[in-house]
Design a protein around this ligand. Structure first.
Ligand SMILES: [Zn+2]
Length: 93
């Protein structure tokens, strides 16, 4: 999640992580999202969406749909890369 001063806060539920592979998959997944948050305009877009969600400033319905589409794409990217990158790291170890 976004944090103050251009920071990113990553929270992990350690009780759900049963193996070193679970830890690796979760960390890689989280850091793909960190990379996505650092892409140009991403942080500002998320802040605008939060303002919409908290009824501070409404977005146009098409912007809400576009944001939902982006989140879906980013989640798919993170899920795709987590397994691929962890497998590469384990082969290299
Ligand atoms: Zn995710």
């Amino acid at each position: 999640m976004i944090a103050p001063k251009e920071g990113v806060l990553v929270l992990l539920n350690a009780r759900k992580l049963r193996s070193s592979r679970d830890v690796a998959l979760t960390l890689v997944h989280a850091f793909v999202h960190v990379d996505q948050l650092n892409r140009k305009g991403s942080r500002a877009l998320r802040i605008r969406h939060l303002q919409h969600e908290f009824h501070v400033q409404a977005l146009h319905p098409s912007q809400v749909r576009e944001f939902a589409r982006l989140l879906k794409e980013e989640e798919a990217e993170a899920q795709h890369l987590e397994g691929r990158l962890v497998d590469q790291m384990q082969r290299a170890a």
